[in-house]
Design a protein around this ligand. Sequence first.
Ligand SMILES: [Zn+2]
Length: 185
Amino acid sequence: MGFCLFNNAAIAARQATAEHRLTRVLIVDWDVHHGNGTQDIFYNDAEIYFLSAHRFPFYPGSGTREETGTGQGLGTVFNLPVEYGTARHRYLAEFEQLLADCAKRCHPELVVISAGFDAHRLDPIGSLDLETEDFAQLTRLVLDVADEYCNGRCVSLLEGGYNVQALAESVEQHLTVIADRDSKL
Ligand SMILES: [Zn+2]
């Protein structure tokens, strides 16, 4: 669907339900591209919830708010399409609101982050309006959910990011928030 041979986030989530017997896993995907592969894999799945915030309209073309899952998975998919030019504060506010709605529905036992950094303002491919520090804020919001519902259990997986400097700085912000939170557990 995208550019990956293996969908790490999907494998991690399925491992959690199949091997560790979890029944509610939430994948949060803030990569600038819609997580169409992950959505497709779990579209009919009642145990694995999926939230994607992504530029839209944009490649790969999916990820409207109307795509909410089907069958047993109906209501487990939450899409936040973001138009090019959307202000970063609006992006963050909408992300926070949708994440809260999704978490309330899911009550996750584990949160998996598809951590792409190509929504950065300087990214040559994604280029939404996000600044480096916004990835710290996204991280805080997701960890808050993990703290509230599952004792902070959260796994983060690196995905896109095509401006090497912006990628490095954004990942550093992301990891610093995780490490700080970790040291307080
Ligand atoms: Zn991407």
